[in-house]
Design a protein around this ligand. Structure first.
Ligand SMILES: *Cc1c(COP(=O)(O)O)cnc(C)c1O
Length: 355
């Protein structure tokens, strides 16, 4: 007997990946293969007992001011989350219930469904087309109170243009939430952040977990109208981000040249990796992110997607398999360093072409 409420009992938990102890190459969680700047690392080393004894700044003012300056907006349009995951959770608690439903394209980041169910909030999914492009008309015709989109999408890597996003925001009957966890890789020209100044039914989520190399520090943020941000402030946890993480994120945000270098390196590696994968016979979904979704060749004797994940794991390389409709014949591979991707390609060449 768990004593949990019925809607909690019904939840299928978000699949957590195993601790990577014995794995030398980790390409399963879209983390940065490169470290943050020396200044971030020094700040971490300089952490004092004093900092730990005091509560963090509940308003996260320093970090909010830095982010505000970066985007040329005011800080009352920003709320900081314990990772953007906390803000995804808060989204459902704040704007969605049994009557006011949310809609998302399918497939997408699995945490959304778990977060909706935990909040006892209604969520529906509109299938993407065969090539995983988003069916905007069908999405709008659901008349859902909240349209949520991951752009570029995970785990497909597909990207919508800013014009397409603007069309959705203009025609949506309610709130639109764009999760831009991977936007650093696609480029700011695609970001909906400038649109938040023009439309008060738009909120954008960003994270320090991917290009900024701070997954373990747990910091994300939302940008939207002051009214939307105030609503998030009410439902997020108080003191949700530690003093250390706030300071690390604040420093990381100042290191824009390094971020640009990391992004350029990852995207160049990705493009080379996609060429090599395609040569081996993989079908690769076009990606504007730091990962690729791909289908292994299905020649007789070739390992299928699930077998491939196990084979690579046995060789010390972790990649991701999703045992859900439309993804069962595919794997998602994060982009690491050139060296890491070459090790993977060598193994694949042996597995698929060597025999
Ligand atoms: C990685 C990721 C996030 C970031 O989560 P954090 O809680 O900020 O680490 C958010 N949305 C999507 C789609 C992601 O893939």
């Amino acid at each position: 007997m768990s004593y949990a409420l019925p809607h909690i009992e019904r939840i299928t938990p978000y699949p957590v990946t195993e601790a990577p102890l014995h794995r030398s190459i980790k390409l399963d969680q879209n983390e940065s293969p490169y470290p943050p700047s020396n200044q971030v690392i020094q700040l971490l080393a300089a952490t004092s007992e004093q900092i730990m004894r005091r509560y963090p700044d509940a308003a996260a003012s320093t970090l909010r001011n830095t982010i505000a300056a970066h985007y040329g907006i005011t800080s009352d349009r920003i709320v900081i989350g314990n990772g953007s995951s906390e803000l995804i959770t808060a989204l459902f608690r704040t704007f969605v219930d049994r009557e006011r439903s949310a809609v998302m394209p399918y497939p997408t980041f699995a945490l959304y469904q778990v977060a909706a169910e935990a909040a006892n909030a209604m969520i529906q999914f509109v299938p993407t087309r065969e090539d995983f492009s988003v069916d905007i008309e069908t999405l709008l015709h659901t008349n859902a109170s909240v349209i949520a989109l991951v752009n570029p999408n995970a785990p497909t890597g597909r990207l919508l243009s800013r014009d397409e996003i603007e069309t959705i925001v203009q025609r949506a009957p309610g709130l639109v939430c764009i999760d831009e966890a991977y936007m650093d890789f696609a480029g700011e020209d695609y970001s909906a952040i400038p649109l938040t100044q023009k439309y008060d039914n738009l909120v954008v989520l960003r994270t320090f977990s991917k290009a900024y190399a701070l997954s373990g520090a747990r910091i994300g943020y939302a940008i939207g109208s002051p009214a939307i941000i105030q609503a998030f402030e009410k439902t997020k946890t108080i003191y949700n981000v530690s003093s250390i993480s706030l300071a690390l994120a604040n420093q990381a945000m100042q290191d824009q040249p390094l971020i640009r270098n990391i992004v350029a390196a990852v995207c160049a590696t990705r493009d080379r990796f996609v060429t090599a994968l395609t040569d081996i016979g993989f079908h690769v979904v076009p990606s504007r992110t730091n990962f690729v979704l791909c289908t292994p060749p299905s020649a007789p004797g070739c390992p299928d997607a699930q077998q491939l994940v196990q084979l690579l794991a046995a060789n010390g390389i972790a990649i991701r398999y999703f045992n859900v409709p439309r993804l069962q014949d595919k794997v998602r591979i994060s982009i690491g360093t050139d060296e890491q991707m070459e090790s993977l390609i060598d193994l694949l060449r042996n597995g698929y072409l060597g025999v």
